[in-house]
Write a protein that binds this ligand. Sequence first.
Ligand SMILES: [Zn+2]
Length: 140
Amino acid sequence: MNNPETRKRWNKNHPEKVKQSKKKWNENNPAYQKQYRKDNIKKQKQYRKDNCEEQKKKNNKHYKERNLLINNYKISHGCAICGYNKCGSALCFHHEGDDKEFSIASMKTCNWERVNKEIKKCVILCSNCHAELHEQEKRM
Ligand SMILES: [Zn+2]
């Protein structure tokens, strides 16, 4: 049994026994087991960390693209009251009715169909007109 070739062949023919002896060896070497688990956890943590960065980058790209799309939409329409259309960030979606499902700003990265449907319910207003409108509503 000391011949490595013979041992290999024996191992191949007795997988159950190999499994058992490995288990026994592991039981007799808890320190090795512990270290192995520790290394594994470390590896998994690192993997998650790396992928998280990757995911963040992807999300960031998606967010930027969506932001641009929404900004372009706002600018192309301009403020419904005063016609302002210089800066997308200064324009917002104003829900006229009570059919608001969600705020566009908080759902920017959602399914575009859904966002688009919500956008269609809104009028574009600049910050000034939007604030004036809400001020009037408060007074009413
Ligand atoms: Zn305006």
